[in-house]
Design a protein around this ligand. Sequence first.
Ligand code: FES
Length: 378
Amino acid sequence: MRHPLTDRFDGAAAVIADIEQRVADTADHAGDTHRLIDAYHPKRLRLAISEIIEETETTKTFRLQAVDGAVLPPFAAGQYVNVFRDGTSRPYAISSSPANTDHYDLTVRRVPAGRISNLLNDTVRVDDEVVTTGPMGTFHHNPLFHGEDVVFLAGGSGVAPALSMLRDIADNRLGRRFHLLYGSRSGGDVLFRDRLAELVAEHPSLRVDHVISDPEPQWIGRTGFLSAETIEELAGPLAGRMVYVCGPQALYAYALEQLRALGHPRRRIRFEANGAPSDPAARSDWPADSDPAEEVTVTAGGLTFRSPRRRPLLDALEDNGIRPEAACRSGECSLCRIRVRRGQVHHAEEARLRLSDARFGYIHSCVAYPITDVELDL
Ligand code: FES
């Protein structure tokens, strides 16, 4: 049968024939193909905690190795794995070097009401097993588009992917200039201080500046926030440079404002996905007259339950024992995509929906909120 695209685009017939041939080739080696995909992009990894490093009073680094001692799938510096625990999951950036695939380091800071981060800090011991996804995420250097002179604005534990990127440059002898501007509340909150200093001392293309907002009396470095003035003074002209941003949610709006004040274009700024909005109803696009605390009825997976409007549907489903596939929990990866059969749902702006999703009623449940009673197809 003639493909409908053939008449609409020059060359479509050749492209379609090529795709069909590749699909046929793949079918001939389906077993090998699946083994290769499982090795490089496994859905799940069984890992054991081989070491726990106390970074600060509130932060630990967990070193994870395959339970069978196997080499782990490769990753790009900046990627994360999703850790499953307590009926839910959370993504944590890998802070170790991509040059060492015998382990992943995950650096986890305690946060108020942080269900999984606090559970990991309080209960996980050496030799415990953890189930994760394989490495995921798009927050990594792209040599085609990001250039070889980059700036990274980090806040708090958002420095974890920056450390992995710095280690990548050092271990793989990449000719990239990398300037980390790292904001912390106090000197005692600074993570990886010695390791960052060692990397900078050994590699002239790397630079790290600490900026402390609430310094101890003995702090002698830079103070304040990652303001436009501070960024300009420390990093110099940003023109043509990619700026990565990773940290607490409050940093994102603040950093965007400061970078815009410096005239830096939005396309030269990369934000790491960072969870569902902490207060979706505080956003200007929250539907007027919808009390975020009021409960609505959710029907899904053969169950019917009540949940407040402000609770993301993914969390509401997990609360009731329903576990859709999920990873980023930030609207980006699309793994938690489900269909709304009936009812009205509000999406946070983080949702990276395909054009066809709205047409066919699909949502990213991690950043979607039920405004009316809803019925979902899982
Ligand atoms: S879990 Fe990634 S988009 Fe929802």
